[in-house]
Every structure is written in C-alpha cells, then in structure tokens.
Design a protein around this ligand. Sequence first.
Ligand SMILES: *Cc1c(COP(=O)(O)O)cnc(C)c1O
Length: 375
Amino acid sequence: MRVPLLKPNPARLSAHIEDLEALEASGIYSNFGPLNAAFETRLLHEFFEGEGACLTACNATIALLLAIKEATHFGTRRRAPYALMPSFTFAATAHAAIWCGLTPIFYDIEPDTWLPSREAEQRLLERHGDDIAVIVPYATFGNSLDLDGYEALSQRTGVGVVVDAAASLGSRDRQGRSFGQGAAMSVVYSMHATKTFATSEGAVIHSADAARIGRLRQMANFGFDARRSAEMPGLNAKLAELPALLALRKLDEIDAVVERRGALHTLYRQLLPDFVFQTHTGTRTAHQFVPALLPEHAGIARENFVERMKARGVAVATYFSPHLAEHGYFRDVALVDDIPVTEKIAARIVTLPLHDMMEEAEIRYVCDAAMDCLH
Ligand SMILES: *Cc1c(COP(=O)(O)O)cnc(C)c1O
C-alpha cells in the first residue's frame, strides 16, 4: 500500500461549472469582488456569530506580514525592534516579522500542548520591556490558545499580539466557539491546499474589532483611501475571485471534513498507544495531519524510522523539525531564548498521514507499519 502524507482536497470546480460561468459573466476577477464579499460575510456569520469582521488575503504568510505591520504601525511600539514567536512553528511566521523589519526572538513551548510558553513570554517581556513590538503566538497544529490571556496582556503592556492560527480554520476553543471568536487582535488562518480548510492559496484574518479589519483591508489594497491616495503602509494582499469561489464551496463541507478527520485522528491514538500525542485544549481540532512523538524508549533513531516507513510505502514528515532556530537564515538574523522543551519535542516528532478520504484500512496499515518500524 502507498500512503501519501497529504492529499489536498479543495472543492471540485469541475462539478460547479455554473459558478465558473457566473464568475466570468460578472467580469470581476479580484479587488474584493462578489465572491470574496460573499465568503467573508458567510464566514463571519457561520463561524463568528457576526461579531467583528473578516478579511480574505492571498496567503497566510502575507496576511501575517500585514497583521504584524498593522499591530506595530498603529500600536504604541512602532519603533520597538523585536517580535516574539515560538521556535516550534513554520518558517512563514519568522519571514513575516523580518519583512516588517523586526528581529524575531524564538522562545519555548509547553511540554504537553506544544503551545507557546506563557512563562517564557512573561520572562522575555520583563527582560526586554518596551523593545518587544509584537508577540506572534502559534495555535499549534490547530490547538486552542488562551486568547483572553493574550488580550489582557496586550491591554496591560501595550505589546501587539497577532495570532498565527494557520491550521485553525474549523477548530473550536475551550468554550466550543470557533477558535478566534471574541478576540480583538488579528487572528490569521491559512486556506492553503494542504490545510484542512483547503483551497489553493488563500487566507483569512478575523478580528472582533471591525475597525482593525478596515485598516487591514486598506493596507491590503496599497494603503489607498477613497481617493486612491496611499495613506498607510500597503501592499497587494488581495485574494482573487477564483480561490474565493474555492473557499465558498469548502465552507459548505468544512464541518463534515473536520468531524471525519477528528474520528480518524482518534483511531490513530487508539492504534498507537505507545506514541505520545498532543494534549488538545479546545473542544474540536481541525487536524491537518497527525503529529506524534516516538515512544521515549524507541530503539530507533527518528531518521531511520522515517526511512523504514518510506520503504513500507508510508510518507512520514517531521514538522517542525528543523524548528526555526535551526534554519540557517534565521540563525543569522534572529535571537534564541532557552528552548529545552522545543529541542526535545522536535527531536522526537513525526508527522503521520491524514486525508479527508482516508479509509480505516489505510490507518491500520500505517499504524501496523509504525509499530513494526520502532524496532
Ligand atoms: C501553513 C502555515 C503558514 C503559512 O500559510 P500560507 O497560507 O501557506 O502562507 C504559516 N504558519 C503556519 C504555522 C503554517 O502551518
């Protein structure tokens, strides 16, 4: 059997020819056209009970860049040099901060939830004071961050907060709401083809503060005001109409997709009792794939495990190893706090396959292979 790590499953536009014909008939291909507007409105009401506003963007890397710039340019720490972010995240987050002219400081995560360490943030805020412009916590693998805590921290200290929720569209928080609901900071979700909310390229930013989304919308369109005069930092971050159509059609099925992936994830946990899984803090996680730690006393190096699985036809990755502090470019331009938990987890982590249409038999095959390959 051959089992790929991911099988992107965006909505099939070939089955929605009438949607494509309507798009062509409209003559509008971008610039927050009717499909983008319809998606933003539906998402706002179906996910966020109509509170605040949503903004689509061309991808989450650019959306993070935009949101970090908004948080610093319109905040009280416009000239502060640092951006805090966990080392256990994707390269996009560090790139976004660096494009904003900030120096990342990588910090540690919690041992069970793999969420950013609140204790490390506190310590770094005490050490660097007003030199920290923004914190960019990652809602690790769709897990639920305590956004109220970040909100309070931002209010108390003036530090900006932008949430990297790239894998969280479809996740629910500790109270059962869509992750991000109620938060006034920018919460950035990816709709990349490989995410659970799969389109092609795409992202969305939600904030309970509609004025913030208004500023971001202007920034995403060259910083133009109504007279097409650039009045704030800007770039072109707009989502085209075609991927907005993919997003609308994915919205129709996202609940079923997340539920099914949740059931498949549960099966993995049952079949791999010796592996260590992330502790989930929300009431629902939009599982993108299945991250797990090799058993502590596995008699095999991680690289050999991955190789042996490959020989069995099973693609296994190691997200996020290397973690950010291990990337050559970031080593040159960023600072690193003590990260013992990150180092331990990144050294043992493997990413196992998950797809919308995955069959139970495939998971049994992967898990049997995983148990065999440990020895
Ligand atoms: C996927 C991902 C991103 C980037 O999303 P794109 O839409 O591909 O730019 C950023 N951060 C994390 C943690 C991700 O997993």
